[in-house]
Design a protein around this ligand. Structure first.
Ligand code: SF4
Length: 264
């Protein structure tokens, strides 16, 4: 559908208001951001990163807590990566930013044989680069662009293939105890982010430049969720709600509930 600029901007503004409301609620519910925090927004160039940065800056303008936002891009030396897109965008918007340059793509290619999945090592190296940057630059929070559907998808991936009920939490203290990772878009549906990204005309960088195919496990879960979204609207939302409403006594984890002493 062709839309004139005025209509597009009006719709973006309206949707943005709703998404900032959801973000503010998640930030408050999980005490994600405190006064004086230095929040590093990890920016991959994807639609979710653009939306996270945009919404977080809007949220900052209306928030009582004043905090500092820095966008941090990672140039991992992927073939055909358009190096100028993020700096140009950040400068045009007047957003403070830094770009980390690290040849993660080369390191992964050297270690992983052709045809094998590169994502595990790549993700570890990326995480390491971002955490190191956060530590060296006094960042107190690391914000990631995962949304509600990512959280539900991860829950099913772990249940189906890992035998564990765990997902990605809205707020996480890393194993080292050094970093607090936050996911301010935990209450936002992917569909809304897609719409927002289109309305805002973000200069999205394609996510498949590395050439890695999505794992078949992830594809399975994604298509399951997609079919539910189509056939049972609201189901993914209900699933997410259930992640916030757990009754350990009605499950079977002996570490979470003392079944042995029940009724003794
Ligand atoms: S899809 Fe590509 S960039 Fe993303 S984790 Fe996998 S190898 Fe790395």
């Amino acid at each position: 559908m062709i839309m004139d600029d005025e209509t597009r901007e009006r719709r973006a503004e309206k949707l943005g208001r709703h998404l900032v409301y959801l973000m503010a609620k998640a930030v408050r519910d999980y005490a994600m951001i405190a006064e004086g925090d230095r929040v590093m927004v990890c920016h991959s160039g994807g639609k979710d990163s653009f939306a996270l940065l945009d919404l977080l800056i809007r949220f900052l303008r209306q928030s009582r807590e004043k905090f500092h936002v820095t966008a941090v891009g990672l140039d991992q030396n992927m073939p055909d990566f358009p190096k100028d897109v993020l700096p140009r965008f950040f400068e045009k918007q007047g957003i403070e930013y830094r770009i980390i340059h690290q040849d993660i793509y080369g390191a992964v290619k050297r270690k992983i044989p052709d045809g094998k999945n590169m994502c595990g090592l790549c993700s570890r190296l990326r995480r390491g680069a971002l955490y190191r940057f956060a530590e060296e630059n006094g960042m107190t929070k690391i914000a990631l662009g995962h949304h509600r559907d990512d959280l539900v998808e991860t829950l099913f991936l772990n249940m189906f293939y890992g035998g564990k009920m765990k997902a990605m939490p809205p707020k996480l203290l890393t194993d080292s105890g050094k970093h607090v990772v936050i996911r301010p878009m935990a209450y936002i549906a992917e569909e809304d982010l897609k719409r927002y990204s289109t309305l805002k005309q973000f200069p999205v960088i394609p996510g498949n430049l590395c050439g890695a195919a999505e794992s078949s496990q992830r594809q399975t879960v994604k298509s399951l969720l997609a079919s539910w979204k189509k056939d049972f609207p609201g189901r993914v939302e209900t699933l997410f709600n259930s992640m916030q409403n757990i009754e350990p006594s009605q499950l079977a984890d002996r570490n979470l509930f003392d079944f042995r002493n029940l009724g003794e």
